[in-house]
Design a protein around this ligand. Structure first.
Ligand SMILES: [Zn+2]
Length: 335
């Protein structure tokens, strides 16, 4: 059994260090529990992905500004070893944002201790701070459509994504105890992303989270992630040109993220008979035919949807996915 260190004061140097220095400063993942005036805790998680460094800057900025905290602040510093290497995760490590629903590894045990400790601190909000690789607007993700979750997400952005899978993420498992949100702060270091995330933490520290008026949430644009688009892992991908490729996507197609694609949009080309783009829903069912037609190698959309996480990074596309399919999600704030 690994014991998760819980520090009751800020380690020297924490407020000015870089993400790649945290491993030598802290010696690994840890919780920092800072006392506030009331014993309600705001729980923040940073660096679950080691190269997504905005969360550290957000926490540093917050603590440089605030001398006394109105509420307890619980900071989980995640994958410091990957951060030291500037990577999302190291080979042989699990993804730190997939360890929160049980498992056999020491990282699962650490995650469970974080959840147990946080649950014992009267948590009122949980915020997990991330960055993206492709071009995306700033957006917040929630795993329950509920007024308090919507309000918390909206303190960051009017663009909100609701999804159920993957369910093993931090925010979804903190949601048992309090409203929880994942913030996608643009690419690492994006100034607006850092500013907005700081605003969300200040909202959590100062405001009544359970008080939500209709006007607080009626302007949000809520998307629902319904499926993933994947290609076979040995595919050859090209952007813009057709030589030596199984799939050809338009150049700069990550500009389509969060944009509604009209029916009949030319999404790309599938040039090899044995390799097809596949769309799978949360249950794993192949629903490609609902979204795409294929004629003479040209993939066209059959239904309006907005993609997200489209990337121009071929490695990410093959290891993870081409992107996600989202639809607008109706909400009247009363769920
Ligand atoms: Zn991430």
């Amino acid at each position: 059994m690994v014991d998760l260190p819980v520090r009751k004061t800020l380690p020297d140097g924490f407020l000015s260090c870089r993400a790649d220095e945290l491993q030598s400063l802290l010696g690994g993942a840890c919780l920092i529990h800072l006392r506030g005036r009331t014993q309600q805790a705001v729980v923040v998680s940073i660096l679950l992905h080691g190269n997504e460094v905005s969360g550290l800057t957000v926490v540093q900025n917050l603590l440089q500004q605030s001398t006394t905290l109105p509420r307890d602040l619980l900071i989980f510093v995640g994958n410091t070893r990957a951060a030291a290497a500037g990577l999302r995760r190291l080979d042989g490590q699990p993804d730190y944002n997939r360890i929160w629903a049980g498992g056999e590894l020491k990282e699962h045990a650490i995650a469970q201790q974080v959840l147990d400790y946080a649950a014992s601190c009267n948590p009122i909000a949980a915020v997990d701070i991330h960055n993206n690789t492709g071009r995306n607007p700033l957006y917040a993700c929630i795993n329950h459509v509920d007024r308090r979750f919507l309000r918390l997400a909206r303190s960051f952005s009017d663009t909100i994504v609701f999804f159920s899978e993957p369910h093993q993420i931090f925010a979804n498992n903190m949601a048992r105890y309090c409203p929880a949100v994942t913030l996608e702060c643009g690419q690492p270091g994006d100034r607006l992303g850092i500013e907005r995330a700081l605003h969300t933490l200040e909202y959590c520290l100062h405001r009544e989270i359970s008080d939500v008026a209709n006007e607080d949430i009626d302007k949000v644009t809520l998307f629902h992630t319904v499926a993933r688009m994947i290609v076979p892992p040995d595919s050859r991908i090209a952007f813009g040109h057709t030589e030596n490729a199984d799939f050809v996507f338009p150049e700069g197609f990550d500009a389509w993220n969060f944009q509604p694609l009209p029916v009949g949009s030319h999404f790309g080309m599938a040039l090899s008979a044995d390799k097809r783009l596949c769309v799978r829903n949360d249950a794993g069912r192949d629903i490609t035919g609902d979204y795409f037609s294929l004629e003479n190698g040209v993939m066209k959309t059959r239904k309006i949807f907005s993609p997200t996480m489209l990337t121009l990074d071929e490695r990410v596309m093959l290891q993870d996915c081409v992107g996600y399919i989202m639809e607008r999600y109706p909400h009247d704030g009363t769920h």
